[in-house]
Structure formats: C-alpha cells, structure tokens
Design a protein around this ligand. Structure first.
Ligand SMILES: *Cc1c(COP(=O)(O)O)cnc(C)c1O
Length: 386
C-alpha cells in the first residue's frame, strides 16, 4: 500500500487538449491562454483574470501593482505556505505576522488590528486549506485604516462565504495551479481583480513591462518574464471545466474522513474542521489537529509511523516567522502562540480525487493506532519525569 499526499487527476481529454496546443504551434500568448482567463473570470464572476506563471509570481506582482515596496509593512499569517512571505520579501516589504483563529486556521481579525502601524500598507488574507478567512472583518479593518487587501486563494478555488467566492473580495485575489491544488495546469497562477488598471499593470509587469497598445519592443514598466504558456492553460482549462465535479468529489472524501474519524473512539481527540453556516470549504487538504499535549516530536513520530505503513502525510506549515530566511530580514509579529501550538500538532492526511473509501478507512485506522501508541509513550515519559 502506498498512498501519496496528493495526486493530480489527469484524464485522456486533458492530454488531448495539451496535445492540440502543441500541434497548433501557438504555445504562448495564444487563444487558449485567453480562453482560460475568460473561463476563470466567468466561474468566479470577476471582471479581470491575468494568468501568471505561478501563484508566488502573482502575489509578487499584486504587491508591486498595489505600490507596496521598500519598508512598507504587510500583515499576513505566519501559519501559511512560505510563498506568501517570499512574495513580501521579494518586494522588500516587511512581513508583520498575526496569529490565527484555531477554528479556521486563518488570520484572526482581532489579532490583526493591534499590529496596524503608520507603515502598514496591506493585509494578505490566506484561505488556508480551502477554508475561507474572515473577509468581512478583515475588509472592514482595511477600509478603516486605508489598507489594501490581497486574498491568497491558492488553496481555495471555489470556496465561499455567504455565496461569495474566495479571491473576489479584496483588491486582488491570487490562484495557483501546482499539481497538488484542486485543479492543476502543471504549474501556474492567476491574479483576479475587478480593477481594470490593476489588471492592466499586472499583465504588463508579467510580460517584460510591455503595454498591449504599444509595439512589442516598447516597454513601459520595469517588468518580469512571468507569462503562463498555452500548454499549461490547456490543462487548466480542461480541469476548470469539471470544477463542480471535482469540488463535489472532494467534499465526499472529506465527509468520509469526518465520519470515520468520529466513528472511531480512539480518535476522539483528533479535531477536523467544523461546519459553519454560510461557509463553503473548498477541500484542498484534510488537516487534523492532534490532541492537546502532543508535541512536535510526537507528531513527527506519528508522521513517521504512517509513512512506514505507506501513508504520506503533510506536516504543513512550519511557522514562517521561525524560518531561517525570515530571521535575515526585518519583521514584526504579535503573540503567535496559537500558530506555534497548532503548527506542531497539525497533520494533513492524503487527499486527492481517486482516493477510495477503503484507503481512507486504512488511513484513519493507522492514524488511530499510531496516535494511541504515541500517547502511551508520552504517558510513560511523563511518569519517568522526562
Ligand atoms: C500553492 C500556494 C501558492 C503558490 O504556489 P506556486 O507554487 O508559486 O504556484 C501561494 N500561496 C499558497 C497559500 C499556496 O498554497
């Protein structure tokens, strides 16, 4: 038995669409790129989508286009994929880390407000693991203090709060299409916005600072080469055409996990996301929180035991403020005790389209056994006064 953490679903129709682009010889800046952008815009009901070569590049260009740079402060979660911090560092802005709400694993708006300073320019709200962040509160804070809001929806395509899609609620939203995401383009990302000037500037920045109304060899901005090829877009477009099925299937998988983890008394203390009214999770991964008292090395031991049984789990995310790279730059943070506590007790279980009920049952049983064993060891260590 070998169960990976994530696996893209590639159908014959995906392969055919990619092959068709290769045969067309329009490999970049062609019609499939436009079609992918338009399909995303219509799915998300936004005015503008700019496809970019990665989610991280899209984040960086969003910051640049919103005029965030040298010495400006950006509030973001420490509990997140490093791409978010890397994009902030890339524009020489200063990361300011706020703590998370343990229920959603996303920025806690109440912890954001005290961190706002005269230098603060933006908040990056990340919809971690596909669970929407508290956008109402974050947007209200941003309005009050004149800040920009970037939504990182790279893990949350299709997630909703009050029927409004994640990524469409701030000044800019970011998507990504790496193979572990809900839909993949192989690699790739996108910026979504309702602002025409912002979309235009990001498009220019992604393409050597060109302006579409000018000659190909005239450059208006100091740009980058962050285009996404039509080959990638062909795959993305195919996958997007079955997004509703994909998200429904993932919801079924999550339901199986939830049922099995709850049915099994030994797993009583493993916590999954709860349901909240008006919140639709777009299941990216299946995170579980191990019981209180579990330390990082206990979690890591459980992770190793599962790996031995052929089950690949994810230890997302080591807090960004503890990463060696962040220590080399100026940064600020509030109290991050929830981040630090949860990050060491979190485990993401395998999660992908073709995962079967039997496999999920095996994963839950194995988790339960590994957890029992580790808790037994922890109790012995406590008795021994370790
Ligand atoms: C995947 C992801 C990104 C972007 O990753 P790329 O590999 O650059 O496309 C950004 N933020 C989060 C939270 C992600 O999960």
């Amino acid at each position: 038995m070998n169960i990976p953490l994530a696996k893209p679903e590639i159908l014959e129709s995906d392969i055919a669409a990619v092959a068709a682009v290769l045969r067309s010889s329009r490999l970049s800046q062609g019609p499939v790129l436009r079609a992918f952008e338009e399909a995303l815009a219509s799915y998300l009901k936004v005015d503008h989508v700019v496809a970019i070569n990665s989610g991280t590049s899209a984040l960086q260009l969003a910051l640049l286009a919103l005029r965030i740079g040298d010495g400006d402060e950006v509030i973001l979660p420490s509990f997140s994929f490093m791409a978010v911090t890397n994009a902030v560092l890339a524009v020489r802005a200063i990361p300011v880390y706020a703590d998370i709400d343990p229920r959603t694993l996303n920025l806690d708006a109440a912890k954001v407000e005290p961190l706002i300073s005269p230098k603060t320019k933006a908040i990056i709200a990340v919809h971690t693991f596909g669970h929407p962040a508290q956008m109402d509160q974050i947007s209200a804070l941003a309005r009050l203090h004149g800040l920009k809001v970037i939504e990182d929806a790279c893990e949350a395509l299709g997630a909703e709060t009050n029927r409004r899609k994640a990524g469409t609620l701030g000044d800019a939203g970011i998507l990504a299409f790496y193979p572990n995401k809900q839909i993949t383009a192989g690699e790739g990302g996108a910026l979504i916005t309702n602002s025409r000037p912002l979309a235009g500037l990001v498009r220019s920045l992604s393409n050597q600072g060109r302006n579409s109304s000018m000659h190909w060899f005239q450059h208006e901005n100091a740009g980058y080469s962050y285009r996404l090829s039509d080959i990638n877009c062909a795959l993305g477009l195919q996958q997007l055409s079955r997004i509703d099925d994909i998200l429904n299937k993932r919801e079924i998988l999550a339901g199986w996990y939830r049922d099995l983890l709850q049915d099994d008394n030994n797993n009583k203390d493993v916590k999954c996301y709860r349901d909240y009214p008006n919140v639709k999770i777009s299941w990216f991964a299946f995170p579980v929180l191990l019981p209180e008292g579990v330390r990082q090395r206990d979690r890591d031991e459980i992770w190793r035991q599962l790996k031995k049984s052929g089950i690949e789990c994810g230890r997302y995310f080591p807090p960004a403020h503890l990463q060696p790279v962040v220590r080399k730059f100026p940064f600020r943070c509030g109290d991050l005790s929830t981040t630090v506590d949860l990050a060491q007790r979190l485990l993401c279980l395998p999660f992908f389209h073709s995962l079967e009920h039997d496999s999920i049952r095996f994963i839950c049983k194995s988790l339960s056994a590994a957890l029992d064993e580790q808790i037994g060891l922890m109790q012995l260590q406590n008795v021994a006064g370790e």
